[in-house]
Write a protein that binds this ligand. Structure first.
Ligand SMILES: *Cc1c(COP(=O)(O)O)cnc(C)c1O
Length: 363
């Protein structure tokens, strides 16, 4: 689905040097690269603070803790996302409330959020799914009217923006992942939380490092959730290229959409609210029954494809006891969605091969 090697080779000298410098410097934990990356990402995102951590799941967990969300609280989120979004809500003892999505963008439905707000609701946790910004203006309006926090899951949206403002800088807290296949990916796990709130930032710095501001003085119970210095050094090299990576993902998406025009499937729809950065290029097949055969055909041709996500969260075994009701749009989408390979280095010839194979498979 991505060409991690191609991206590495394009920056090999600079990345190798950055890693070797860390090895020689011997400052492996919370050193100068973590500090510099936090400064550089804060500048890029135009956020007052960013705090790095061990992974994107921890970013969500620590953000919810910093916001004071816990037992008895409800957090409204989407069922069409990676499990980590909802796991983090459970980690703090709160209850994820899943609401349906928009049929066109696959992002959380604002109308559905409005209907799900109760006295227990403390926060709304939208995901900028596949790199397309959720409708943050409308979500924030709802949140303000009901005194709720907005916490953004930006794991798939580093560099996506609305009116030139970066995702992650709208809500109270923005949670990012540097998992290798994300738009800004490290060579291992990594995460980051952005916030404009001094109090949240201070809490996050403590939470990620054993509740400590001064070494061996622990004000709260925290965690070991630090970003490695080596990862920070690599991410600093890649951060300089993120806009170009995202522009190239948009180039690939545009070509796909043109070439797949006549097929019995729906290309991704951009609602124009923000800039979609195509973490995934996810189509909807007209016929759910064709998906397995199409995938088999592509696989036989040596072409990757994937279903993000085959089981919506409200139907996962892990949530079976909670007894969530039906969410028809999500269930329809999960039965028909199919994601194609997309990465910044993808060539015209590669796009052509994928499209031809898809045409053959659907013929
Ligand atoms: C990847 C991802 C996460 C989790 O990030 P990790 O770094 O893998 O822990 C959370 N939410 C979404 C939407 C993701 O895609």
């Amino acid at each position: 689905m991505v060409d991690l090697k191609g991206q590495y080779l394009s920056l090999k000298q600079e990345i190798d040097q950055a890693v070797l410098d860390v090895l020689a410097n011997c400052h492996y934990i919370l050193g100068p690269n973590v500090q510099a990356l936090e400064k550089e990402t804060a500048h890029y995102l135009n956020a007052k603070h960013t705090v790095t951590c061990a992974n994107g799941t921890d970013a969500l967990h620590l953000a919810l803790l910093a916001a004071g969300i816990g037992a008895g609280d409800e957090v409204i989120t989407t069922p069409f996302t990676f499990i980590a979004t909802a796991e983090a809500i459970c980690y703090v003892g709160a209850t994820p409330v899943f609401v349906d999505i928009e049929a066109d963008t696959f992002n959380i439905s604002v109308n559905a959020i409005a209907k799900a707000i109760t006295k227990k609701t403390k926060a709304i946790l939208p995901v900028h799914l596949f790199g397309q910004p959720a409708n943050l203006a409308e979500i924030q309006k709802l949140a303000d009217a009901h005194k709720l926090l907005v916490i953004e899951d930006c794991a798939q949206s580093f560099g996506a923006s609305i009116n030139k403002q970066q995702t992650g800088s709208f809500g109270a807290l923005g949670c990012f992942s540097f998992f290798p296949s994300k738009n800004l990916g490290g060579f291992g796990d990594g995460g980051l939380i952005s916030t404009n709130d001094d109090h949240y930032a201070e809490r996050l710095l403590q939470l990620r490092n054993h509740g400590s501001k001064v070494r061996y003085y622990h004000d709260i119970i925290g965690y070991n959730s630090r970003l490695d210095e080596i990862q920070a050094a690599i991410l600093r090299v890649k951060l300089k290229h993120i806009d170009s990576y995202n522009q190239n993902r948009r180039r690939v998406a545009q070509q796909y959409t043109q070439q797949l025009n006549d097929l019995p499937l729906r290309a991704p729809i951009e609602d124009g609210i923000g800039v979609h950065i195509y973490h995934q290029y996810t189509t909807l097949l007209n016929d759910a029954n064709k998906r397995a055969d199409v995938m088999q055909h592509l696989t036989q041709q040596g072409i990757a494809c994937a279903v993000y996500y085959p089981v919506p969260l409200h139907q996962q075994k892990a949530f079976a006891q909670a007894g969530y009701g039906a969410l028809p749009i999500t269930e329809d989408v999960t039965s028909r969605c199919l994601s194609l390979p997309i990465f910044p280095e993808m060539t015209d010839a590669q796009i052509q091969i994928v499209c031809q194979a898809l045409k053959d498979a659907l013929a």
